[in-house]
Ligand binder design. Sequence first.
Ligand code: NDP
Length: 449
Amino acid sequence: MEQIVEMIQARDPEQYEFHQAVEEVIETVKPVLDRNPEYRQQAVLERITEPERVVMFRVPWMRDNGQVQVNRGFRVEMNSAIGPYKGGLRFHPSVNLGIIKFLAFEQVFKNSLTTLAMGGGKGGSDFDPKGKSDNEVMRFCQSFMSELYRHIGPNTDVPAGDIGVGAREIGYLFGMYKKLKNEFTGVLTGKSLNWGGSLIRPEATGYGVVYFAAEMLATRGETLEGKTCLVSGSGNVAQYTTEKIIELGGRVVTLSDSSGYIYDEQGVDRERLEYVMELKNIRRGRLSDYIDKYPQAVYTPVDPALDYNPLWNHDAACAFPSATQNEINDKDAANMLSNGVYLVSEGANMPSTPEAVDQFIDAKILYGPGKAANAGGVAVSGLEMAQNSMRLAWPREEVDSRLKHIMESIHRTCIDAAGSYGAEGNYLAGANIAGFVKVVNAMLDQGLV
Ligand code: NDP
């Protein structure tokens, strides 16, 4: 197994995040391979770590001032053993092939856990929507889709949003797809409600992360009521994580963006959350404005000289990282544990470094890895696809109740899978093992393709 990791590193030495994601899975599925020798003979690890297809393309577009700019577009179609490729698009200047491959790889396991028929994929671009006008974002999305459309389809590959891709971008992307293909189909999820979107989709990832946390707490006879919670990020996932924590009686004291974070001792209540939503989603502003409106809160700008993130250095019981990968390092994890954090439910994908994860697992805290805890978003995307195929729209209560059931089922699956391989209480091992076995068995059923 070490040889496989070495081979992957040698083949694509610069894809660090992908190596990290692969190593984490390989470590935890070793007992599965030991128990099933045919997996090794069938080279399932080599097969599952190699994308079925990678598309990389030029995205030329025009600034408002007439200047032409060129970005790079990606779509990694990782695995279609259990359904059409499914996974979001990320628009952020840090995007490169290694990041998209790590996200696509994680997505395969996550989608498998949802119980729905979805394979894994991910895409995006190094385009930065921040500071761009609506017209610039529209022109970029149209150019991006003018290539992507030939690779996707409602039964082939169904993208959605991720960092930098929200309702506005999905609208422009869908408009261009529809024009080029001359068909109105559920080729993207996260659509607006009046043209094929699902109720609860915007809320789904955040709500699901909190439902998963509630399930983990329930194993110790506890609830979120009265618990202090650290949340990072202030985008889609952070916002609806905060909303659900408030609803379940918890107190959120932090939020962040890439410039800094706020600490609000009084807690981000409904009114303050509404202000954040208006600030981030409509005004597309910076979180630093929060203290103009709520001066009792403290704003701390990012200090690049620090080797830890002060957001994670406050007294709290629960943490919900909801910004980006590797945002919790070993120092942050140590700070969290010494400040009383005993539950981490990951809204972001791979927000904890391997050293941080090791500390959480060694300390036996309730640690819900992203591929299980944040699967609610893609699960409701799956429900959006189902509604689109039937040309029906389910009411809010129905989608929310299905989401809740799916999160309960993912939680149970993780516990059972971990338990059957001697890793009781280890949600990371449980998620990797359960996701892996289902996908690998489907691959073997379908022959060497
Ligand atoms: P958004 O773009 O809505 O929000 C991202 C938030 O994280 C913003 O506050 C952003 O700050 C901050 N952020 C992004 N990159 C960095 C960085 N490099 N350093 C510090 N802060 C950063 O994205 P989402 O809320 O949709 O996604 C957040 C995380 O959740 C990602 O890891 C994503 O992959 C994951 N996720 C999302 C799902 C979804 O349904 N949307 C589903 C499952 C997982 P700023 O405003 O300054 O850019």
